[in-house]
Design a binder for this molecule. Structure first.
Ligand SMILES: Cc1cc2nc3c(=O)[nH]c(=O)nc-3n(C[C@H](O)[C@H](O)[C@H](O)COP(=O)(O)O)c2cc1C
Length: 379
């Protein structure tokens, strides 16, 4: 515990001020390289495991046939080429989504692709699915990972001018799932994630149309994929439409809905207004604190209506254990994050797990499952 708080202190007062001088993508690449090196060393993994990895039985649960050692996962968008699978379990994560990966590779949207808004606790993201493509990610990049750590892969449509119509996007996505199904790593992957909600790509949003969602799910169904499937929803979606999409997911036996993706709106009340002004002319959408209330509201609504039919994975603006617990109490069985870790440091995962354990005990729950949705009365 002392080491966790020491890391927190060192990150906040020494490391972060240095890292934040540099361009966010440069820092991200550095972190990926460091993570890869640490992942190769048995000694560093052992050390990290001892310090940050808690395996408290209260936090462990089985969902759609998979045992999650704890409910905290890394969201799609950080390890987009699957290069950190060896190490992230040792930092305390229970699971991660690689990606979003697409059938063809993409060098990313025009820079700047990432801009920090520290006062607003947010990041302007405009990567547009920068990734090596599914073949390279699966054949070359992914390293082995420990049994107890669950790795899934997020799949989206290739971001290119010839893949903007719903039909071409559906075909592209189905091609990725087809490739996955015959790959040697297919059996080892815990779940597959379908991303229909990225706002930073060409043809964005077209698969979030009910008919197109049906078509893409039909295409995946025909492949007879026998893996848990999760679908990631848009954040700012009217409830009427979200309800329709979730019902379609249930009809197609989708196991989980991920709530939700990045925030599009640039409403000054959600940000530090001067900071928002600095990115006025830049493209992209926002992560972190400004997403939190939208995501919490959507999680609650989804749980009230569909909690007994589909699992919810909640994310958006988790910066501490209380933020994670709030999403769980509103109906999320699992949570994911990215931005919180960037602002608070890598020890955040261990802090959240410890904080959840403490809160569950205080509230008299023997297992995390008992706390899911207690704040949302199901209809
Ligand atoms: C740098 C960055 C890249 C992202 N890329 C993706 C992506 O490729 N696919 C995706 O589904 N979500 C992506 N997201 C969205 C996150 O997965 C998540 O939905 C959002 O950031 C809210 O969580 P957070 O506040 O914990 O960051 C990205 C987010 C960030 C910060």
């Amino acid at each position: 515990m002392t080491i966790i708080y020491t890391t927190k202190f060192l990150y906040k007062y020494f490391l972060k001020p240095i890292l934040f001088i540099f361009d966010p993508e440069t820092v991200h690449n550095l972190v990926i390289n460091l993570g890869q090196q640490l992942g190769k060393s048995k000694f560093s993994k052992k050390l990290l495991n001892r310090t940050y990895n808690s395996n408290h039985p209260t936090l462990s649960q089985e969902l759609f046939g998979i045992t999650f050692k704890n409910p905290v996962g890394l969201a799609a968008g950080f390890d987009y080429n699957g290069e950190l699978t060896q190490i992230l379990g040792s930092v305390g994560f229970g699971f991660q989504s690689i990606g979003t990966v697409t059938f063809s590779d993409y060098e990313g949207n025009k820079a700047p692709r990432l801009v920090r808004l520290p006062k607003s606790k947010s990041i302007l993201v405009n990567k547009g699915f920068k990734n090596d493509g599914i073949k390279k990610v699966l054949n070359k990049n992914i390293q082995n990972w420990e049994e107890a750590y669950q790795v899934g892969i997020s799949i989206g449509a290739t971001n290119s001018p010839d893949c903007t119509t719903p039909q071409s996007q559906i075909e592209d996505i189905v091609n990725s799932f087809r490739f996955l199904k015959i790959h040697r790593l297919y059996n080892k992957l815990a779940y597959l994630e379908l991303n229909i909600s990225c706002p930073n790509v060409l043809g964005s949003g077209s698969l979030a149309d009910p008919n197109h969602l049906k078509q893409v799910l039909e295409g995946i169904k025909k492949l007879e994929i026998r893996k848990p499937l999760l679908v990631k929803l848009q954040l700012e979606i009217p409830w009427k439409k979200a309800r329709e999409l979730i019902q379609i997911m249930i009809d197609y036996k989708v196991d989980g809905v991920i709530i939700a993706n990045l925030l599009k709106r640039r409403n000054a009340t959600l940000f530090e207004p001067k900071e928002l002004d600095t990115v006025r002319f830049l493209k992209g959408n926002f992560s972190g604190a400004p997403t939190k209330d939208f995501s919490n509201e959507l999680i609650e609504k989804a749980y009230k209506e569909f909690g007994h039919k589909i699992k919810i994975i909640g994310l958006g603006g988790i910066f501490n254990a209380q933020d994670a617990y709030e999403k769980i109490k509103r109906g999320a069985s699992l949570v994911q994050l990215i931005t919180g870790m960037i602002y608070e440091g890598p020890q955040l995962i261990a802090e959240i797990n410890m904080g959840l354990e403490k809160r569950l005990k205080e509230d008299g729950y023997k297992n995390i499952k008992e706390a899911v949705g207690v704040k949302s009365i199901r209809s």
